[in-house]
Design a protein around this ligand. Sequence first.
Ligand SMILES: [Zn+2]
Length: 145
Amino acid sequence: MSAPTSPGFGATMPVPKVEPLTEPFWAAAREGRLVIQRCADCGTFRHLPHALCARCQSAAHDWVESSGRGRVFTYTVVTHPVHAAAVDAVPYTVVVVELDDCGGVMVPGNLVGDPAVAARVDLPVEVVFDPVTDEVWVPRFRAAG
Ligand SMILES: [Zn+2]
């Protein structure tokens, strides 16, 4: 039996909307790959995806595949459900992960997997994908083995 990839949110949990700007991100996720947007002019990585680079305002960008490995930069344990779909999921852990590659870009997600592993700053993690719909596989993180 494999470790869970979902915090156990209910079926009414809102699902991220796939838009033209983010479609490459979601297409890669459906293949179990984490890709990060990078400015094609100055090389600055950014996440969440944006139309323009915050550093040089260029609209040119490409997508770089990440190893999906990184370390927890910060986290919180949610004990009070702020959405009806989270009532049965609390407590769950929200993490912000600084990826080992991709220029130190940070990716928000949930810590999933072995419930005995508590979040902590600098915890090594790796990405896993939670197929919440056929179209949207949400990246989450588990402790790296
Ligand atoms: Zn740029």
